[in-house]
Ligand binder design. Structure first.
Ligand code: AMP
Length: 270
């Protein structure tokens, strides 16, 4: 992989990189297409990264559809797919530990201990092997994007991190590899997550954050057997929770919802 890409770089070709865990859908393809527009070569990776799963069952049940993935990547003009084995990526125990302060303590970090250390470790290894000019990440995983940007700053990689808009199903549900774990009834009810985040972004005009939170959780939990694990309004840069609306800051509503077999996350600008 390195040799091939070094040759491409010597020829002056720019490289766009799209890391994924496979079970690809149009959300992933939007990243591939953007990378394609902005670079000469597009490299993707498919790697279900064990160190970012806290729960062995979740790792085991994570959907894997390699043949369909390769076909989709080919159709969308991806030039190369990197699918290393776990042994190849983790030949030994890493002694390097990355820290992200408050960024990794809230939301996903609070409910998935170790998750972002796993994400940062694998992404930094991919960065080292591929050394792309640009790397593409979805805003769907808003906190992950913030952590990657911070890691990239800490490591001074010189790679440009590009955040891409969330692709949604026609009814508003954020596309996710985990959506296939929704039951028929849950899938029907699931747009309530995005719709209530949109409602939250309207309610900020008349209600304080805690009141909006209360209203939204009530709406979501009244439907489909969903349980809201967290709903946070945060500063988009620091991810610090907001207790009073700020008129001049970028703010984000981030949510995680537990369903019978899976867990969905989403976020919108406030
Ligand atoms: P994953 O395979 O879930 O690890 O996702 C790989 C990349 O695709 C991450 O940067 C995600 O944020 C991004 N992604 C996943 N779902 C979407 C979506 N619906 N819209 C845009 N990007 C997405």
């Amino acid at each position: 992989m390195r040799e091939y890409l070094e040759r491409a770089k010597l020829m002056g070709l720019s490289i766009g990189f799209v890391p994924t865990m496979g079970a690809l859908h149009p959300g992933h393809m939007s990243l591939i297409e953007r990378a394609k527009r902005e670079n000469d070569l597009v490299v993707s990776s498919i790697f279900v990264n064990p160190t970012q799963f806290g729960d062995a069952k979740d790792l085991l049940n994570y959907p894997r559809t390699p043949d369909a993935d390769y076909e989709l990547l080919k159709q969308h003009g991806c030039d190369m797919v990197f699918t290393p084995s776990v042994a190849e990526m983790y030949p030994d125990q890493s002694l390097i530990e990355m820290k992200f302060g408050d960024l990794e303590k809230v939301m996903e970090g609070a409910y998935r201990p170790g998750h972002f250390k796993g994400v940062a470790t694998i992404v930094s290894r991919f960065f080292e092997i591929i050394r792309p000019n640009r790397a593409y990440f979805g805003q769907k995983d808003f906190q992950q994007l913030a952590i990657i940007k911070e890691m990239n700053e800490q490591l001074k990689t010189g790679i440009e991190i590009v955040g891409c808009a969330t692709m949604r199903e026609p009814d508003g549900l954020a596309m996710s590899s985990r959506n296939i774990h929704l039951s028929f009834e849950e899938r029907k009810a699931a747009p309530v997550i995005y719709n209530s985040l949109l409602l939250a972004s309207e309610l900020v005009r008349i209600n304080e954050p805690e009141e909006v939170k209360h209203t939204i959780i009530k709406i979501i939990e009244a439907l489909g057997g969903f349980k809201v694990q967290y709903l946070e309004f945060v500063d988009s840069l620091t991810l610090k929770p907001i207790t009073k609306w700020q008129s001049h800051a970028d703010q984000r509503a981030c949510i995680a919802v537990i369903t019978s077999k899976t867990r969905l996350i989403d976020n919108v600008a406030i």
